[in-house]
Design a protein around this ligand. Structure first.
Ligand SMILES: [Zn+2]
Length: 534
């Protein structure tokens, strides 16, 4: 009997008959047994946690002096060991003994243990010891791939582990704060990576033999045509994470070794945290909000791809969203869906949108002369337009428009605010430690006496990266009469920048980055890295 079922039957009031019923609900709903038990009120979360905490029913084992057998350790690839915080220890007859520090993962491991064709017995070991053992053992030359064929053959026997594997990957990605999940067929495996804080991280290499069933499962939940393998598809699905409903936007692309999937996490929650929640300083947030309350004009956002412009634009729109205003967005794809806002796909529809007389228009990317022309003319003719384009800094947004053929006098009469943004990785608050600013730091004097610097070494909580979450760095330039005059006189962008720095005491992205470094939110290195032009 599976050890999970056995543990529950032996240690709770649940009888065989009830268990059968719970197992059939589990099959039908495709959710973990623990969730069924909790949903059905059979046990409380606390009882479950207790049951598998190791204190009561799991024997405790310290790994410090344990002599590992590499052949047994090899039964789990490193990725699985890390993912589930678990290491196989020894075989005792038909039993495989596994140490884990995350008792609730037992539910998962129990299924994956089918890999190993054994009865599973769990022992509890402290998290730091598990991690040390994983680092030591796998660095000693045990390779992931050594185990994959075997586990593959077993995975293949049952459909259910595939569904579970996909669920686990989704839950794990959300737990790690991933923004995207990349599922990429390679020559000899199906590679799974997460994008966390803007950086792709390797998570798992699933056996090639399971590729088709994993991709088929993804197609099913994303509502794709399951028989179609040759053309790109896109779709979406939702999962529950705690009390939040999280949407995944899914796209597939045929590649040499099979279809590549990218799952983008849409967490609308962030929009309700406002600009300050994204990391905007009070000053910049206030400037942006007051500009957004103007009845007409152009607010221009610049920044590279992945700098979070769209999220900021939506956060602003969300604040403007009242019945008294007709708001329309024009995008290549809808990143967020907000009730009360009309969302139109395709920039070619921009002209048609404007004929419908909206109050506020958001365009997620100005890429061509035609769109630039429409945007500026709409702003001149009494609409409030929020638009994004790719340029290095706020002031360079003007040169981009001029390059796209917009007359400087039109820019002068429409533009009300320039804004630029970057995303910096926040220091992990669990492991950050005070640090000294280097003696020879050239810009040392910009920091006040209150500045406190930190660095992070990495810990469990941040997956040993030292970072957790991201924060927006921003710069804003309010367009005043003098800047308009420079534009009308066909002055250069450098003149505008010089004026902004000298007269408006304009705070640059670098200033904002230093401010956040001095508050201990980001490291000094990150502040410099993000604001240094390549
Ligand atoms: Zn940390």
């Amino acid at each position: 009997m599976n050890s999970l079922k056995k543990t529950i039957l032996e240690n709770t009031q649940i009888n065989e008959e009830q268990m059968e019923r719970f197992l059939s609900i589990q099959k039908k709903k495709g959710i973990p047994l623990r969730d069924v038990l909790i949903e059905e009120g059979a046990v409380t979360r606390d009882v479950l946690a207790d049951l598998f905490s190791g204190r009561v029913y799991l024997p405790f084992l310290s790994l410090e002096k344990f002599k590992f057998d590499s052949e047994i350790v090899n039964l789990f690839p490193e990725s699985i060991a890390r993912l589930y915080q678990a290491i196989p220890l020894l075989k005792n007859g038909d039993n495989l003994i596994i140490a884990t520090s995350e008792p609730l993962n037992i539910f998962v491991l129990d299924d994956l243990a089918v890999f190993c064709r054994s009865n599973i017995v769990f022992v509890f070991s402290p998290e730091n010891e598990i991690n040390q053992a994983i680092a030591r053992l796998y660095q000693a030359g045990i390779k992931d791939s050594d185990n994959q064929i075997d586990s593959a053959a077993i995975l293949q026997e049952r459909q259910e582990p595939i569904e579970k594997l996909v669920d686990i990957v989704l839950a794990h990605a959300l737990n790690r704060g991933a923004s995207d999940i990349h599922i990429e067929p390679e020559f000899d495996c199906l590679r799974i990576r997460y994008r966390v804080d803007g950086v792709l991280q390797d998570v798992l290499k699933a056996p090639k033999i399971n590729q088709d069933s994993i991709l088929a499962r993804l197609k099913t939940i994303s509502d794709f045509d399951i028989t179609e393998n040759r053309i790109p598809q896109d779709g979406k699905f939702k999962v529950k994470s705690g009390d939040r409903e999280i949407e995944f936007r899914v796209s597939s692309l045929p590649t040499t070794f099979g279809q590549k999937f990218v799952l983008h996490v849409l967490d609308r929650h962030i929009l309700y945290e406002g600009l300050e929640g994204l990391g905007y300083s009070e000053g910049n947030a206030a400037i942006l909000k007051s500009a957004a309350l103007k009845p007409s004009g152009l607010i221009l956002f610049s920044g590279p791809v992945g700098s979070g412009k769209t999220t900021t634009l939506y956060s602003l729109l969300n604040q403007l969203n009242t019945v008294a205003k007709d708001i329309v967005t024009i995008e290549d794809f809808t990143e967020y869906q907000i009730p009360g806002i009309t969302q139109v796909l395709g920039r070619s529809n921009a002209g048609a949108v404007l004929r419908q007389d909206p109050d506020v228009v958001m365009i997620d990317q100005i890429r061509d002369a035609e769109t630039a022309d429409i945007v500026v003319k709409a702003a001149v003719s009494g609409k409030l337009v929020l638009a994004a384009l790719q340029s290095e800094d706020a002031v360079s947004g003007i040169s981009r428009l001029i390059e796209m053929g917009v007359e400087p006098f039109l820019i002068a009469s429409s533009l009300i605010l320039l804004c630029s943004q970057r995303l910096a990785r926040k220091l992990c608050l669990k492991c950050r430690k005070p640090a000294q600013i280097p003696e020879d730091f050239p810009e040392k004097t910009v920091f006040g006496s209150k500045a406190k610097f930190y660095i992070s070494q990495g810990c469990e909580h941040c997956n040993y990266s030292g970072f957790s979450g991201r924060i927006a760095l921003s710069e804003t330039v309010l367009i005043d009469g003098d800047i308009r005059d420079i534009l009308i006189d066909r002055g250069s962008v450098d003149e505008i920048r010089e004026y902004a720095v000298k007269r408006l005491r304009f705070k640059t992205l670098r200033d904002d980055a230093y401010l956040k470094a001095g508050q201990g939110l980001i490291s000094l290195d990150e502040a410099i890295r993000i604001t240094t032009e390549e």
